[in-house]
Each structure stands twice: as structure tokens, then as C-alpha cells.
Design a protein around this ligand. Sequence first.
Ligand code: HEM
Length: 417
Amino acid sequence: MHGTLQSAEDARARAYSMPLEDIHVGDPNLFFSDSHWPYFERLRREDPVHYCRDSEFGAYWSVTKYNDIMGVETNHQVFSSDSSLGGITIRDSLPDYRRPSFISMDQPKHGPQRKTVAPMFTPTHLDQLAATIRERACLILDSLPRNETFNWVDKVSVELTTQMLATLFDFPWEERRKLTYWSDVATAVPGAGLVETIEEKQVIIEQAGAYFKKLWNDRVDQPPKPDLLSMMAHSEATRNMDEKNFLGNLFLLIIGGNDTTRNSISGAVYALNKFPDQYKKLKANPALIESFVPEVIRWQTPLSHMRRTALADAEIGGKQIKKGDKVVMWYVSGNRDEDVIEKANEFIIDRKRPRNHLSFGFGIHRCVGLRLAELQLKIVWEEILKRFDKIEVVEEPKRVYSSFIKGYESLPVRIAA
Ligand code: HEM
């Protein structure tokens, strides 16, 4: 349905032969066909802060080098996340469908709302969650078929992250796949498979809102407890959110914890198959899981970018940005910047500074759930290494059609008996 798959050589030839000004790295087809790499490589070398004059997302700047991205991330006074200016992805949020959440707010509103949910992700609380995560991971892994090809994404990555989300919200257990469905709908591009139109998407999101409203009302009537809904229902900063802010924060927490972790769990299997020497290294020394986990998250870069809007004229890497311009920070490119990360295209599970990456962003919006994401990956790999000699990827994955969510629809694998 989408862009045709081309060989790596063809993609490279095309990326280097087209005029620089015609490059549009935000094209979802490039990500769907995994051919975005040479375009970013060329921009890092020849035009690190690049202007795309025209695209289906309008005009935008691409910031492609690690240090320039950090410069934008840490200057939130100038580079805004505000949803009323278009939001946090390359695709502008449409005014009628805007649902502000704290990821798409600037100070002073952002801080108090973030603080409300932060206690969920403290080391102490995560220690308490670890036993539950492990127990559930074991059940999922023990139920996997042997000597048979199956989709790792659905059977493991989706199931594990869905269970986690249901735990964070204390969501009705048997209905937990609703969370996955809502998250997928919320990030779906209309017409690309899951929903046909933006109106259809809106209806489903409102159904989710109505469902959550009931849960919310229950929490309001009960004493505070450590689930995300209860935390918001009892906090000064969030108890009186309007309808849109309520939906916005709900969907932020559902999506934030869902696709990203799911695609890291799948990305880990894929990366180890692409770099079999690293798979051997990990099996020989499971203690390397500590650095393997952040390396997976760097190598996968589950969110390709975040976007900001300039509140004033500014300079990035010698380029003049005008007030109102759309600025896209390409984490997927910064994470492959050889000036900062040695052998950046390689997957190396025992890097000296494995957390030196941009996948979680930086500055005031730096991922609030990052410790939970790492914990999930760590536990699942500890249990995988105890059980299976090898998880073998038997076919190339089918990728998500998006230049925001960088991940897999399916990853066919096989585990020997
Ligand atoms: C590997 C997994 C994950 C990745 C790669 C990831 C990535 C990100 C990124 C790039 C941002 C924005 C940073 C910025 O703008 O500078 C972010 C923010 C956020 N993430 Fe994550 N995330 C992951 C897992 C999670 C989990 C498990 C949760 C929670 C359940 C979560 C919840 C959030 C929230 C609530 C924000 C907004 C923070 C704010 O605006 O202050 N994320 N994440």
C-alpha cells in the first residue's frame, strides 16, 4: 500500500543524488521502507539544520546533529511544545481535535501536572512493581509456541506492555486490550489501515474518554491509591482538568507507555539477530543486560522525533529560525551522530556510556517513564535468557507507517524446541 521497498544501495543513491532542498525526511514512506538512514546521514554531513520548504506537513526545519538537538531541548523558553501552536509532532494537531496534555504544555502549567504522576515512576515504587512485571513476563514467555513461526510483536511486546499499562491505571484486567486499541487508534494516520477518517478516530477517542470517565468517578469517591487515575483525581493540579485536558493526559499516558516500550521489546530481538556476535556476548554474560537495555533504546529510537515551535527568532547551528517556525528534532539521526557516539550505526551491548542517547528526549519534558521502560526490558530479557537459547527472526519485520512512531507491526520469529 505504501512506498515500495528498495534496496539499501538504491536508497543511498537516491538520497545523495537529489537536490538538498528537495529532501523531506519526514516522509512516512522513508520510515516504512527503512530507507531514511542515508537521507539523515547526508543532512548531518552537508546541511545539519535543514529547511524543507514544502511537504504534506507544511514547511519545517530538521535538526539532525546530537548537540544541536540538545540545544533546542534545553531552550524551552524559545522552543515551545504548546499544543495551540501545533503540538509536539511534525504533523500539526488540528484545532478542533486538540487535547492538551502536559507533554504539549509550556511552563508554568507543565510542571505541576507532570509532578502529579511522577511518584508512579520513583525507584521505590518501581521496586514494588518489579515482582508483578516479572511474574507476568514469565507467564507470557512460558506460553510461547516452540518450533513454530509466530508474531513476536503481538504475542510478547504488545501483551507485556498492555499488562503493564493496565497495572498503572488499575484498569479492568479482562478488558485491557482496549488500551492497546485506543493507543493504536490515537496514533494511526487516517486511511493507513486502522481508521479511515479523522472523524472515525475522534468517535473512538471519545468512547475511550467515556469509559475512563466512569473509572475516574470511582476514584474520586475512593481514598487516594497509587494508580495514575487516582493520582490525577486527587491532585490539586489535575483534579479539575477540563474535558480536553483530561483526555489529553489520559492518551499521553497510554501512548507514552505503550508503543515506545512495545517497539523496544521487539527492537531488542531484531537487533540481536542483526548483530549475532552481540547475541553471543549477551548469552555468555547476562550481566551485560544493564548496558544492553539502554543500547537497545538508542539503536531502536522508538520515537523518531519531537517537534517544537519557535516563540522568537533564534539561531540553531548557524541557521536563522524565524518566530513561528516548526522545528523537528530528529532523535533518530542524533542517535547516529558519529561526532558524539562512536560507531553509532552499530549495535554494541557493552558501550562505555550507554545512556548517552536522545531517545528519551532531554530538558523539562524528558521522559517521565524512562525508568519503568528500562525496568520492563531488563526483566523480560533476564527471563528470556534463562529460557531460550535463541529467538530467531525468520523474516524481515513489517514496519509502522509513521515518521513519529518508529516500530514494527509484525516481527515473525521462531523458537526452537
Ligand atoms: C523506551 C520507551 C520510551 C521512550 C523511548 C520514550 C520517549 C519519550 C520522549 C522522547 C518524550 C519527550 C521528551 C521531550 O520532549 O524532550 C517522552 C515523554 C514522556 N513519556 Fe516517555 N518514553 C518511553 C516510555 C515511557 C513510559 C513507559 C511511560 C509511562 C507509562 C512514558 C510516559 C511519558 C510521559 C508522561 C512523557 C511526558 C513528559 C513531560 O512532558 O514532562 N514514557 N517519552
